[in-house]
Design a protein around this ligand. Structure first.
Ligand code: SAM
Length: 320
């Protein structure tokens, strides 16, 4: 996009930007171009295509040029727009938090489906490692009568979660700064359970996987939100051990964790007989599309994501 005063229409900038992005092998070049152009011109995706002949004024071109430059350097679109649509939420995000991922929506959907099917009315909900607050806020909206507690070690992440509570008009959440790996976090009454739902999407990328991550992840998203240790499952293993001995899960509770690929199986081997809830034997990996009444009860089991990779660890205790 030249800086000279020739006329550039929406069509021109859409073609130019998406081709530039495709040239750098960004994964979703057209969508990224639509989102950036839409934000500069305050147009929806449909309006972009109904206003293809609209010329851009110089201030719009200069704003777009700057966003394209940052995107080409690898910065995630969500940070450029300070916004991420996730599940039914509109979230503020910047480089202080992980950009919520679509697979985390599967974790939420499975929890909601179990509760809906069994008419569970959770009163207390815990989100460990809450980041932007996506899981906690979605659950707080789904269960406005419930008290939701969201815990993160990062003050910066908690600031963003607070912004997102306000942005999504949610008042039934308490945000706590704490290290979920420390026994004190569970002992000092900070988290007063028992909780009917416990969810967590902890850091689970290994150091070596992180080094191999795309620049948009490695150079822009907080490492603290991603890396779970030398082996990615080390942090989730410790978290599960602490949580298991905490007694925080209600008698008829539901637990759901997002993990790395095949981590449920690794953890079932690493933690055999160490948790209060037993692992299914052999470890079952259930498709997330399966009806929830077919899910095992009173034992840990794996759930696959939409690409059929074992990614989630669940335990569903029977209702009394
Ligand atoms: C993978 S992000 C998940 C964020 C959010 N739940 C989501 O799904 O997008 C992990 C979060 O765990 C937090 N975290 C990392 N280590 C922690 C610890 N020891 N105790 C509490 N939170 C921790 C990070 O600050 C980060 O916000």
């Amino acid at each position: 996009m030249s800086q000279q005063s020739e006329t550039w229409t929406v069509r021109d900038v859409l073609n130019w930007t998406s081709q530039k992005f495709a040239g750098l092998e960004l994964p979703t070049p057209l969508l990224d171009a639509q989102l950036l152009i839409g934000s500069v011109l305050s147009l929806s995706k449909v309006q972009i295509y109904t206003q293809l002949d609209r010329p851009l004024i110089e201030s719009e071109r200069s704003l777009l040029r700057e966003l394209v430059r940052r995107r080409l350097s690898g910065e995630p679109v969500a940070y450029l727009l300070s916004q991420k649509s996730w599940h039914d939420l509109d979230l503020f995000v910047d480089n202080r938090v992980l950009v919520p991922r679509p697979e985390t929506e599967t974790l939420l959907d499975v929890v909601l489906a179990i509760c809906r099917h069994e008419n569970r009315q959770p009163k207390k909900i815990l989100d460990l490692c809450s980041g932007s607050g996506c899981l906690a806020i979605a659950l707080a909206r789904a269960y406005p009568e419930a008290q939701v507690v969201a815990v993160d070690i990062s003050s910066e992440a908690l600031e963003i979660a607070q912004i997102n509570c306000e942005r999504n008009s949610v008042t039934n959440i308490q945000l706590h700064k704490a290290d979920v790996l420390l026994p004190e976090t569970y002992a000092d009454g900070l988290l007063s359970g028992p909780f009917d739902i416990i969810v967590s999407n902890p850091p689970y990328v290994s150091e070596s996987e992180w080094l191999g991550c795309d620049v948009s992840v490695r150079c822009f998203e907080p490492k603290l939100a991603l890396v779970g240790g030398e082996q990615g499952w080390l942090m989730p293993r410790l978290l599960l051990t602490q949580l298991s001995s905490s007694g925080l899960l209600a008698q008829a509770g539901v637990l759901g964790f997002e993990l790395g690929i095949s981590h449920p199986e690794v953890l079932s081997r690493e933690l055999t007989s160490q948790l209060t809830i037993p692992f299914s034997e052999p470890m079952q990996a259930v498709a997330c599309q399966r009806p929830v009444w077919e899910f095992p009860r009173n034992q840990w089991f794996a759930v696959k994501d939409y690409t059929q990779r074992s990614r989630f660890l669940f335990a569903v205790k029977d209702q009394l």
